[in-house]
Ligand binder design. Sequence first.
Ligand code: PGA
Length: 246
Amino acid sequence: MARIRLVAGNWKMHGSRASNQALLDALLKGGAGAKKAECAVCVPYPYLEQVAGLLRGSAIAWGAQNVSEHEKGAYTGEVSASMLLELGCRFVLVGHSERRQLYGESDAQVAAKFAAALRAGLTPILCVGETLEERESGRTEQVVARQLGAVTKETALAQAVVAYEPVWAIGTGRNATPEQAQAVHGFLRTKVASETRILYGGSVKPQNAAALFAMPDVDGGLIGGASIVAQDFLAIFKAALAAAGG
Ligand code: PGA
C-alpha cells in the first residue's frame, strides 16, 4: 500500500499574528498541500485559533507541538487533547527531543501523551532519535527501539506517524545523509505497520529534501527552521510531491 507523503512544519516557539498570516498566505498561494502529498503546520498553542481560521477548508492541516497526558483536571498550564481537537487540530507532536531533553519528558510520559492524543481522535507524530554520543557508541537502533517500544507496548501505531529525528541533526545544519536516514527508517519499518508513515527530521532544507524523500522508507519530513521560511517550506513540500510523482 502506497503511503501518502507528509511534510509537517514545526514552528517551535516562533511566530506572531502578523508573521503567521504572511507565512500562511504565502503557503496557500504557493500551493502547499495536495492529494499526493499532505502538508501540515504544528504551531504554538496561542495561535491555533488564528491558524484554524486561516487554513480551514484549505489543503493544509494544522496541529500542536505538545499535549497533556491527562484528559482534564488540576494541571495548571497544560492543554488537553480534546481542546486541541476543538481547535480543529489533526496532528500533535509527541516526544520531540526538545521536550525530552529540556523538559525531562520520559518514555512513559511520551507514551501516555501519545495514548491521550489517539483517544481524542488526533494523529500523534511520535518523535524518536538518538544523540551524537548514542550514535557514536553504536546505540542508535537500541535507543529508537526503546523510544518506539515504550509507545507500542500499550497502543497500536497504525493511525500514527513516526518521525525519526536524530538529535545531532536538529537545528545544526548537519542533516543525516539519505543513507543514514534510510538505515534507521528501514529498521523502524520492521517495527510498525506497513501503512505507518515515517518522516525524517533534522536540518531538512530545499537542497537536501529531494535526496532524503527519494529513500524508500522516508515518507516525508518534519521541518523545523525551514518551516518558517515560506519559500523553503514550499520547496521542501514540492520535493515531497515530486517524489510522489505528483
Ligand atoms: P530543524 O528542526 O529542521 O530546524 O533541524 C527539526 C525539528 O526539530 O523538528
